[in-house]
Design a binder for this molecule. Structure first.
Ligand code: G4P
Length: 699
């Protein structure tokens, strides 16, 4: 079949494939492991794209946002369809840079399985571990693809060891790549697979010659034993030395993989077109269809849980997992869990702040990288785009207005870096605000705020690269030029010892008598808590006079007063963290102790207590892993020490596969500003690092 007819077939198939033939999968990796290249190969071999777009010439099909092509990394999760053996793979591309982990997390939320790409030289890298933790959180079945087997120093078996050691699971080798022969040994079928044609698109299989089989026979045994654990009858056969039918072994492996007990591993080189098709086969054979996944748990408005089995029966449940602007319009990426979503439907949802809204599904689209195709309806398991929802946001559960439900929310992280921005000369401020609002809606990790003191507009995000990409989008996509200040790191405040303070709040009556006299008295105690424990607030004060009682409004006002005090610390007005606050005593003066008076007394007593309790600033501390050529280790370590990094471990070449050394450390985010450039110059461009927010701490 020609590529173009296959292509249109993929489009038609999208809407019609039976649910058990759909595979919603994501490809995840540490940055640069080859996720984009692998995705491009999959799209090419399945006929979903006409030509292979190489990452290094900026033509990759999935990286359709201009910024991604410039930075050479995949930032926005885009959904792409790929038909394979009467099945439909829905690929959700996920970013590898740590500034964008929210993207990884929200795609994981709607995936049924993951292909985790590892670099055959570098093995398990820091981001591999981050992605691994996320996949564990959602209990997603995984296949490993050990890529870049063509690179000097690549070692498939060592990567399997690294999986054992660092991810603490037992990998099951399915193929063993042979870079020199440009072939793979298929351990299940005892075959040698060769990849021919200009782009490896032609596959031939022959019985594996004995000389090649002998060194891998043990891996074949291990594969059978792993399968036997998932099938008792198979176990009898294998333990008695029998050789079971490959189909039966495959079925057992599937069961084990779906249950999260078996982790099949493949090897090859995406760039050299080696070993990719067996991974596509495995996505069909070993990864779950939507119906194979455990039912989701949703909450009713009264908090009662309801099990949402994926399928046609029961009222509608669909999850918005991403909002994106398309041709200037708002579109919601949505996964349907139960029942069908149709054009013209009215859907209801509860927003993050608890409001219940109803909206109209104006249009539905099947989505394929940068292209969309109109649909009339979408069924369970499908991932579609909805146009016409003005308010639905990432994490909202769309449902039948008569049957409100909410699936677990997607966690949004706290932005740790901010940048003051203002329109450049000639840029319209109002237009800029409008655009910022749109961009903010798309990205739950981005916040646009006004600094209450300076009146400056602040863009808050997850890191330098994140903010840089946002600025580039403003300019390129919306023609908005902005001037920016220096990046500033988010801080928190906390206290170092216990303190008590009291405050009488008095306001005399206004001379015209319109505003009556107000007064209230409060005593507050603050006690430091451990790092990362957050605040604990107790608002059950002793009352004076003893006969007094608080009305519901007065109680609420006291609670609001304490929250207001915590929102703005005594040092820099930053949010206060890790403090136990107790409202000890309150004195009421009859009618004068209005809710306003009580709120002011509580806030002021708290602010006083905080300032007397040894307040200190807390700064974001990042967990960082730096990988550099061993020859640069000394200078990179020296530089990190100057940045006051707490070095936790250094691994040198003896323990790693190539000549690289890695450093794990914790560093204050402030000290990392501009680190990308410095590391590049210290290592002639060969050093890499990744960072992840760890905690707020005193530095
Ligand atoms: P990512 O999405 O996981 O970040 O990785 P991506 O596919 O962008 O690949 C990162 C780099 O690795 C690319 O080179 C790509 O060509 C290369 N690469 C991918 N697969 C293989 C492979 O099997 N073997 C080898 N040797 N290289 C592979 P690039 O963009 O040109 O970056 P660079 O080479 O300039 O660093």
């Amino acid at each position: 079949m020609s590529q173009s007819s296959q292509h249109s077939r993929s489009r038609q198939q999208a809407a019609t494939t039976a649910l058990d033939q759909v595979r919603n999968i994501g490809i995840a990796a540490h940055v640069d492991a080859g996720k984009t290249t692998l995705t491009e190969r999959i799209l090419f071999y399945t006929g979903a794209s006409h030509k292979i777009g190489e990452v290094h010439d900026g033509a990759a099909h999935m990286d359709w946002m201009a910024e991604e092509q410039d930075h050479g990394i995949t930032i926005t999760a885009a959904v792409t369809k790929a038909p394979w053996r009467d099945h439909l793979l829905q690929l959700v591309d996920t970013p590898g840079h740590v500034d964008f982990t929210i993207e990884v997390e929200r795609s994981m939320r709607v995936l049924d399985g993951v292909v985790l790409v590892l670099d055959a030289v570098r093995g398990v890298e820091p981001q591999t571990e981050t992605v691994w933790r996320q996949r564990c959180r959602f209990g997603l079945p995984v296949l490993f693809f050990v890529n870049k087997i063509d690179r000097p120093g690549a070692d498939f078996l060592r990567v399997l060891d690294a999986i054992r050691e660092r991810l603490d699971v037992e990998p099951v080798a399915m193929t063993v790549p042979l870079a020199e022969q440009h072939a793979c040994i298929d351990l299940l079928h005892r075959r040698l697979l060769r990849f021919h044609g200009e782009q490896g698109e032609e596959l031939s299989a022959e019985p594996c010659p004995d000389a090649l089989w002998a060194p891998v026979a043990e891996l074949h045994e291990a594969l059978l034993l792993a399968a036997a654990e998932a099938d008792d009858d198979l176990a009898d056969l294998v333990l008695n030395g029998g050789e079971p039918e490959p189909e039966r072994v495959l079925a057992a492996l599937r069961r084990g993989t779906l249950a999260g007990r078996i982790f099949p591993c493949f090897g090859g080189s995406a760039l050299r077109n080696l070993g990719v098709q067996p991974v596509i086969d495995a996505a069909v054979d070993l990864l779950p269809a939507p119906l194979d996944r455990p039912a989701a748990i949703a909450r009713r408005p009264d908090g009662e849980p309801e099990t949402v089995a994926i399928g046609a029966k029961g009222p509608l449940v669909a999850l918005v997992f991403k909002v994106q602007l398309w041709d200037g319009r708002r579109h919601c990426f949505t996964r349907v869990y139960r029942n069908r979503l149709k054009v013209g439907d009215t859907v209801a949802f509860q927003t993050a702040d608890g409001r219940v809204l109803k909206e109209h599904v104006a249009r539905l689209f099947d989505i394929d990288a940068g292209r969309k195709t109109k649909l009339e309806e979408a069924g369970p398991g499908q991932i579609v785009l909805i146009a016409g929802l003005r308010h639905a946001a990432t994490g909202d559960t769309l449902c039948d207005p008569e049957h409100l439900l909410a699936l677990e929310r997607i966690e949004a992280r706290q932005p740790v870096l901010s940048l003051a921005i203002e329109p450049a000369a000639g840029t319209d401020e109002e237009k800029l605000l409008e655009v910022l609002d749109k961009v903010e809606q798309e990205d739950p990790t981005l916040k646009v705020e006004e600094d209450p003191e300076t009146g400056q507009r602040l863009l808050r995000g997850m890191g330098e690269l994140h903010l840089q990409i946002v600025l580039e989008r403003l300019e390129r996509e919306f023609g908005q030029q902005v001037r920016t200040g220096r990046p500033a790191v988010a801080v928190r405040e906390t206290v170092t010892h216990k303190a008590r303070a009291e405050q009488l709040h008095c306001r005399p009556a206004s001379p015209d008598g319109k505003q009556p006299e107000l007064s209230a008295w409060a005593m507050v105690e603050v006690v430091p808590r451990g790092r990362g424990e957050g605040n604990a607030v107790s608002c059950r004060p002793r009352l004076r006079p003893e006969t007094a009682a608080l009305s519901a409004e007065q109680q609420q006002a006291l609670e609001d007063g304490l929250q207001a005090g915590l929102a703005s610390g005594p040092l820099q007005g930053a949010p206060v963290d890790d403090v136990a606050v107790a409202l000890i005593e309150v004195e009421l003066f009859g009618q004068q102790s209005t809710p306003d008076a009580l709120q002011a007394a509580a806030t002021r007593a708290l602010v006083k207590a905080l300032s007397e309790a040894g307040p200190v600033a807390l700064h974001p501390v990042m967990r960082v892993e730096v990988v550099v050529p061993e020859s640069n280790l000394g200078s990179v370590l020296g530089d990190l020490q100057q940045r006051r990094a707490a070095i936790q471990a250094t691994t040198t070449a003896q323990a790693s596969v190539d000549d690289s050394a890695s450093i794990r450390c914790e560093v204050a985010l402030e000290a990392l500003l501009g680190y990308t450039t410095e590391l590049r110059s210290l290592t002639q461009g060969r050093g890499q690092y990744s960072m992840e927010f760890e905690r707020f701490d005193v530095v």
